[in-house]
Design a protein around this ligand. Structure first.
Ligand code: NAD
Length: 351
């Protein structure tokens, strides 16, 4: 099977590319603009097989995307390219509207041009998976879970731009019949996570004995999913999901931000003891504007219909993640030094 993955050199996209190429034997074409968040090293293991190729392109370039899709003729398009960092969306929302909204529009049109010309089995089997976030649903109180039917209520420029793109994807199914499926996932973590995001930032700051800033009182709740569990879910949804449907993806691993940071400190103390407990590095800082209090996903539909289960719980996934960062300083040292300084944004949020 031939699959085109947009944003395949980013965090989740590359986990998906590695899963498709190394575990499923698929042929993958990655289309990525190679922004600051991309890293060719993320797909090196897949490229080494000869079954993965990178095309550097902006998804907003509709003629180029039309030409690439016509030439490559993939059976599935898995769309993950996005601007993904909430704090960056607050300080500079324009890129988010361009890539997440206009880029998704351009890609849908390019996919439609290709799909319209197909016939028979090729047309029947073609799929467009639009990958999105649970942040489109807004914030939860102490109880309840996001279901596929939860009304959209985004808070940040990031989540608003993703919400807009979800609506476009659904409209291209309803209006034009393009075989679209949408997935909305909770916060991911795991190997190859760019070091401005909460978990890698805290691991690396803690390793270097730097402060571990936590927004507000640290009581905001996120529902964490190990990135490789997400990659398996995406591949399954693209292949077996019902057309025009949404599938929520989540690991039933709710933690407050403070619990996450404390768990990282304890894990590091256990595998690499420091002079003083790393929890002493925690520092509470002024909360982010419009900060959603709680996200939590009900993944029952995905579990019941498609038989997916998360394989990692938060403790096992976090232990693997900490180990990966300890073993892969070659990957993160240049990013930490030249691309991003942990102090610049003060604190990173999960998405
Ligand atoms: P990421 O920022 O790590 O990667 C995004 C990738 O998209 C990068 O490789 C970047 O170069 C590429 N890209 C950006 N703009 C582009 C453009 N105009 N054209 C082509 N490529 C472009 O993001 P991620 O965390 O891997 O997220 C991937 C997708 O999953 C996003 O759509 C995001 O909204 C969604 N999502 C993320 C999370 C999470 O916890 N990270 C959770 C749920 C959903």
């Amino acid at each position: 099977m031939k699959v085109l993955v947009t944003g395949g050199a980013g965090f989740i996209g590359s986990a998906l590319v590695r899963h498709l190429v190394l575990e499923q034997g698929a042929e993958v074409v990655v289309v990525d603009k190679m922004t600051y968040a991309a890293n060719r090293a993320n797909i090196t293991p897949a490229e080494a097989t000869g079954n993965c190729r990178l095309i550097v392109e902006d998804i907003c370039n509709q003629p180029a995307m039309t030409e690439i899709i016509a030439r490559e003729a993939p059976q599935q398009i898995l769309h993950l390219a996005a601007e993904s960092h909430v704090d960056r969306s607050i300080s500079g929302p324009r890129d988010f509207v361009e890539t997440n909204v206009i880029g998704t529009y351009s890609l849908l049109e390019a996919a439609r041009a290709h799909w319209s010309g197909l016939s028979g089995e090729a047309r029947e089997n073609f799929r467009f998976l639009h990958v999105s976030t649970d942040e489109v649903y807004g914030s939860l109180g102490a109880d309840g879970l996001f279901e596929e039917t939860t009304p959209y209520d985004p808070s940040s420029p990031y989540s608003a731009s993703k919400a807009a793109s979800d609506h476009l994807a659904k409209a291209w199914f309803r209006t034009y019949g393009l075989p679209v499926v949408v997935s909305n996932c909770s916060n991911n973590y795991g190997p190859y996570h760019f070091p401005e995001k909460l978990i890698p930032l805290v691991i690396l700051n803690a390793l270097e004995g730097k402060e571990l800033p936590v927004y507000g009182d640290g009581s905001n709740v996120r529902d964490w999913l190990y990135v490789e569990d997400h990659a398996r879910a995406l591949s399954l949804i693209a292949t077996k999901g019902r057309l025009g449907e949404t599938y929520n993806v989540g690991g039933r691993n709710e933690r407050t931000n403070l619990q996450v940071v404390e768990r990282i400190c304890d894990e590091l103390d256990a595998v690499m003891p420091a002079e003083r407990p790393r929890r002493e590095l925690i520092k509470f800082v002024t909360d982010r504007p419009g900060h959603d209090h709680r996200y939590a996903i009900d993944a029952t539909k995905l579990e019941d219909e498609l038989g997916w289960r998360a394989q990692e719980n938060f403790e096992t996934g976090l232990a693997k993640t900490v180990r990966w960062y300890l073993d892969n300083a070659d990957w993160w040292t240049p990013l930490r030094k030249s691309v991003y300084s942990g102090e610049r944004l003060g604190l990173a949020e999960p998405q």
